[in-house]
Design a protein around this ligand. Sequence first.
Ligand SMILES: [Zn+2]
Ligand SMILES: [Zn+2]
Length: 226
Amino acid sequence: MKCLNCNNSLVNNWSLKELFGIEEMIPDNLCQFCRSRLIILSAEKGCSRCFKTIDNNICQDCLLWEKKYQIINCHQSLFEYNRFIHSYFKNYKRYGDILLAELFFKDLYKWSKYHKFDLVTYIPASNGHLKERGFDPVWEMYHDVFDLTPMLVKLDADKPQAQKNRYERLQTPQTFYLHSNNVDISTKNSILILDDIYTTGRTMMHARSALEIAGFKNICTFSLSR
Ligand SMILES: [Zn+2]
Ligand SMILES: [Zn+2]
């Protein structure tokens, strides 16, 4: 097998749990060398509400969301946005290497096994982006891990998020409206929203708020990186 990222040969280092059948054996698409370049995030190492790497228990952004909008943020991410993740997203999203959607399959699949929700949805690409790129990067990354229900539609923004500075991102107005599907909210007591990267949290807050207006409660969010 070859690493999907660097094309070097890949040896699966199975854990004891996997070898003894306690955990499912999921082949890795990422070699040990590439894996060593990732920084794993956790609630213990950072903000307990969004996994931001800080010394305090709750970061300033999350405190602000609570104070200003009465939102108790509930976000998890797997990896810190470092140079490795930056170049991954450049190849995947900017250069359109769709095979890279599978690079973190093992990590995402394992996370999905330990975190259960009644409904899982995602931040969709806007129509303009979809036409330009030819695929929806968030859907491609998660659709074979979670049973995804489209709940949101994204309007085309004046400027792509990546070209905005932090202040501009925080000022961005609501860009989501609800997808016209018939989901019975009364049976959905918890909902997860997926995205690829979490920066200021503003995109997720807009997505949350669109779903809250529709009547959803217990909303958590997840991104591969932050
Ligand atoms: Zn590699
Ligand atoms: Zn936080």
